[in-house]
Design a protein around this ligand. Structure first.
Ligand SMILES: Nc1ncnc2c1ncn2[C@@H]1O[C@H](COP(=O)(O)OP(=O)(O)OP(=O)(O)O)[C@@H](O)[C@H]1O
Length: 369
């Protein structure tokens, strides 16, 4: 006969000592413990994480096991099923009710690798088990179709409740929508701002996205009409800023960051991704050459109190993968893949913290900033 008391209340009391490291609250009051099943000397339960990309999964599992052993008894056999339910503040959203988080990916300067970062973050999140989509909002220079080897594909039109709806293209597990799928590239180039903005709005209103944990928006470089249209069309969960370490890129990244932080816009900036942070030759993966300088993102991070989500090296295989139409992370390994995976985990973590600590973003309701 065991001397300890193994009941649902004692299990919950024990697990009440386990703190979610990011949210700084115990996992029981956060509603993360489910399906407790008791045996004679054993307990099995499920821990529902806030993202499948959670880098703290093993830490939380270990702490749960330790808590049961410490507070109930060391002899108890503990089985923990880890699962995830991505959190959201998009409650009762009229547009895209099945999309939990809308993440804007912005850069100050062109060519810093914003689309490359978007594509690989999406693949990393998908590989962790999340449902992910990308809207290519770079109406005048869409690059997502090429990066996903989908430039010849066309979205199907389906009828739902008597209305025509666009079906996103699906490649490598990611749902995609881009102007590049709908009109020849040279045609969109000639559109004026309002036409381009309307095209973007249709990606939200007329596309059948279904259920998604993360919808990434690949914005055009700089700050402009499309950015305003985005925040006027949907409440954006948060933004990330992609930059290279160069001074000119950082100066422009500050402008992008400041735009999201304007009081009228007020979209939380979740972090910075420093792309082409250093060069690593394939044959000497431990050598790092800081071609564009170093420390730029760190300075930005400190000055604006925004975390650096990751530093992605400049490697030939990333460029080749982009040109071949298969984002590097689909089949790649090595330092670049590690950097993208780390950045995706950090992003997912920031989204979970943002959702637990900040109210829903409001859709912007004005025409001028
Ligand atoms: N870390 C990297 N290593 C090597 N090449 C890279 C890296 N990041 C991006 N590139 C390459 O740099 C070029 C520009 O990247 P990308 O199109 O992603 O930039 P962008 O910021 O989205 O550009 P745009 O100004 O069109 O919005 C592409 O050829 C891409 O493959």
């Amino acid at each position: 006969m065991s001397s300890y008391k193994l009941t649902e209340p004692t299990v919950l009391a024990a697990l009440g000592h386990v703190e979610e490291p990011d949210l700084k609250r115990d996992i029981v009051s956060l509603g993360m413990v489910k399906d407790i099943k008791l045996g004679v000397d054993s307990v099995r339960f499920t821990v529902v994480l806030t993202t499948p990309a959670c880098p703290l999964k093993e830490l939380i599992r270990q702490r749960c096991e330790d808590a049961i052993h410490t507070h109930i008894g060391p002899e108890v056999t503990v089985t923990i099923d880890m699962t995830a339910n991505v959190t959201s503040t998009r409650n009762d959203a009229p547009l895209l009710p099945g999309v939990k988080n809308i993440i804007a990916v912005a850069s100050g300067k062109g060519g810093v690798g914003k689309s490359t970062v978007t594509a690989n973050l999406a693949i990393a999140l998908h590989k962790s088990g999340a449902k992910v989509g990308i809207i290519d909002a770079d109406i005048y220079g869409p690059s997502i179709p090429v990066m996903f080897g989908a430039e010849d594909m066309q979205p199907q039109i389906i009828q739902i409740d008597g209305q025509n709806r666009l079906q996103p293209i699906q490649q490598f597990g990611i749902k995609l929508m881009s102007i590049g799928f709908l009109v020849p590239p040279d045609q969109a180039m000639l559109w004026r701002g309002p036409v381009a903005s309307r095209a973007l709005q249709q990606f939200f209103s007329d596309t059948e996205w279904g259920e998604l944990d993360y919808l990434l928006i690949d914005l055009p470089p700089g700050t402009g009409d499309i950015h305003l249209s985005l925040v006027q069309t949907v409440p954006v969960t948060g933004a990330i800023i992609v930059t290279t370490p160069q001074k000119v890129a950082i100066a422009d990244a500050i402008k992008g960051l400041a735009m999201f932080r304007q009081p009228q816009i007020n979209v939380p900036v979740l972090g910075i991704v420093e792309n082409m942070a250093y060069f690593t030759p394939a044959e000497l993966p431990n050598n790092r050459y800081y071609l564009f300088g170093s420390g730029g993102a760190a300075i930005l991070s400190e000055k604006f109190d925004v975390p650096v989500l990751g530093q992605v090296p400049l490697v030939q295989s990333i460029r080749e993968a982009g040109d071949e139409g298969k984002p590097a992370l689909v089949s790649g390994d090595g330092p670049a893949a590690d950097a993208f995976r780390g950045a995706a985990e950090a992003l997912a973590r920031r989204v979970a913290i943002r959702n637990a600590t900040q109210d829903e973003t409001k859709r912007v309701e004005f025409t001028r900033v």
